[in-house]
Ligand binder design. Structure first.
Ligand code: SF4
Length: 476
């Protein structure tokens, strides 16, 4: 992996000419995308800008885009229409970053229909955003800063995190899998893993700032270091810990064990793993590491072996189910969440019923459901047997109904139990009610107080609903 450290020269230059400027960052994607937005916000803060939610007051507006789902494009173009007037009225600098900018047809559309956009940059050039911004300010020129090849791993980027309790830490970038519906490998490039010393240092620093939970992020998180290993690189990294001890990290399993030793961090999550890379050492590491949450996100995508083959997922229905059984036999009380795509090209009623069958068999805690949407440039987009929209929606509604019934039924097991809940804050809809999450990521609402925020407290679960549980504070 090639790691480079970010330089602050242009941040300092902007600071010198910036007079109480304000910024807004609009995020339009997944958790990795949100993590990138925190870094863009970090750059702007270091450059002397203050955050504003009011777009009419912003001197710089940055859109951080994602190209995984079709409606992200609609949202971007809709929002651009809205901010055009701020550009005209106030001279606001409009920048667009993120993986959608790696798609040529999108950049061409921007040039033709939205010529007022000042800066276009991709995920591989985020570290150059200060330079792009500076040149846009002083030279008033339009900038297109996109790299077609895989970028390096960039360390030392400033970061502004909105959440003070839970933080995301990217551990790798890119993907080698080429699932036929997915655009990510084309826009994010091949897998590149961060040096474990940098990951350790970042999580250690989060623990010192009082963070209780970290989520390790990657498009294919459990193949951490696999690409480097396959390319013949020596991946036995010696990580120096705070107490001076040296630990060797050479895989996702050894990384999990290392992060588990950091005092102050009480919960570790990771997304998204790929079922085909869920090796025995990863299962053992989860079982042994007391802070790694026993909720595993295991993307299914489809329950049909035939569809899975067309999706290039590299596992069958039976292999997926036996992996679930294996994990259950090694990790007591483990639970699962998943992603499912409905209406992939060629999906028959029988294929769809296989998906429903897996949902019934696994009994997920959470299901993220998506209607298949065509992405230009993917293999599935060129498949001729696209499914009728009406059928897709009808299947989606059936899956949703089943998922809700299964989840509500599964939530009954919590009633009467005592759950450790990480308290996140007050409910958005009721001032009296506080909200937090169990280790299995279930939302729990309860009557609490401000001192509980950021703490893990025991709650007795009193009732269950589809999307949340109710609880009451108890003394142990
Ligand atoms: S594993 Fe498949 S779905 Fe996930 S990012 Fe890679 S190609 Fe896309």
């Amino acid at each position: 992996m090639d790691t480079i450290r970010m330089e602050n020269a242009y941040i300092n230059k902007i600071k010198q000419i910036n007079k109480n400027g304000k910024y807004a960052v609009l995020t339009m994607g997944c958790q990795l995308n949100e993590n990138d937005s925190e870094k863009i916000a970090g750059i702007l803060k270091e450059s002397g800008y203050e955050k504003t939610e009011d777009l009419s007051k912003a001197n710089v507006i940055v859109f951080n885009t994602c190209c995984v789902r079709e409606n992200a494009e609609d949202r971007l173009f809709g929002k651009l229409g809205e901010v055009k007037k701020y550009k005209e009225q106030n001279g606001t600098i409009i920048a667009i970053g993120g993986c959608m900018m790696q798609e040529k047809h999108i950049v061409n559309k921007l040039k033709e229909s939205y010529p007022f956009v000042d800066i276009v940059f991709g995920p591989h050039t985020m570290q150059d955003f200060p330079k792009d911004l500076y040149e846009s300010i002083v030279e008033n020129k339009k900038i297109e800063d996109i790299l077609d090849i895989d970028g390096n791993i960039i360390e030392g980027m400033p970061i502004v995190r909105d959440d003070k309790i839970k933080a995301s830490v990217a551990i790798m970038n890119g993907c080698n899998n080429f699932c036929t519906y997915c655009i990510v490998p084309y826009v994010r490039g091949r897998e590149r893993s961060r040096n474990p010393q940098d990951i350790y240092n970042e999580v250690l620093s989060l623990s010192k700032q009082g963070y209780k939970e970290v989520t390790l992020l990657g498009q294919n998180v459990n193949s951490y270091m696999v690409s480097e290993k396959n390319n013949g690189k020596d991946v036995n990294f010696e990580v120096k810990k705070e107490d001076g001890k040296i630990v060797t990290v050479n895989s996702f399993a050894t990384l999990l064990k290392l992060i588990n030793t950091i005092d102050g961090i009480e919960r570790i999550r990771f997304i998204s793993p790929h079922p085909k890379d869920f090796t025995d050492d990863v299962i053992e590491a989860i079982a042994e590491s007391n802070k790694v949450c026993k909720l595993i996100h295991l993307p299914l995508q489809s329950g049909s072996t035939r569809v899975l083959k067309d999706m290039n997922r590299k596992y069958s229905k039976e292999q997926y189910l036996s992996l679930v059984e294996k994990i259950r036999s090694k990790i007591p009380d483990v639970e699962f969440s998943t992603d499912i795509i409905v209406g992939f090209p060629g999906e028959t009623e029988e294929d769809f019923e296989d998906t429903l069958d897996v949902v019934i068999k696994v009994k997920y805690e959470q299901i993220f459901m998506f209607i298949y949407s065509r992405r230009v440039g993917t293999v599935a987009d060129k498949m001729e047997n696209q499914i009728d929209e009406k059928i897709k929606h009808e299947r989606f509604n059936r899956l949703k109904k089943l998922a809700e019934e299964e989840i509500e039924e599964g939530n009954k097991k919590y009633v009467g139990t005592i759950q450790k809940v990480l308290v996140e804050g007050k409910s958005k809809t009721n001032e009296e009610i506080y909200t937090g999450r169990t280790e299995t990521n279930k939302v729990v609402n309860f009557e609490g107080n401000n001192e509980m925020i950021g703490e893990i407290i025991p709650l007795k679960i009193t009732s269950q609903h589809v999307w949340y549980l109710k609880g009451e504070a108890i003394k142990l």
